[in-house]
Design a protein around this ligand. Structure first.
Ligand code: SF4
Length: 78
């Protein structure tokens, strides 16, 4: 799955959620999140993000690794 990381907290641009073909991206209180069980890894959201906050899960920078869990947890709560 793809993962939204910390730069989103300052931006929350929402363009990503508009381009996602499977509606995997939802807005939370702090940032947008990607549902790992819905994302089909098309990559469309990555190029739309103005702050480069979105990564394929295996390419998430080391200091942002915790966001893999944060994205998943958001959808386990709702
Ligand atoms: Fe949606 Fe594609 Fe981004 Fe996954 S990679 S969240 S399917 S736009």
């Amino acid at each position: 799955a793809h993962v939204i990381t910390s730069p989103c907290m300052e931006e929350k641009a929402s363009i990503c959620s508009e381009v996602c073909p499977v509606d995997a991206i939802q807005e939370g209180d702090k940032q947008f999140y990607i549902d790992p069980n819905t994302c089909i890894d098309c990559g469309a959201c990555i190029i739309q993000c103005p702050v480069s906050a979105i990564f394929y899960e295996e390419e998430v920078p080391e200091d942002e690794i915790g966001y893999i869990q944060k994205n998943a947890e958001f959808f386990s709560r709702v």
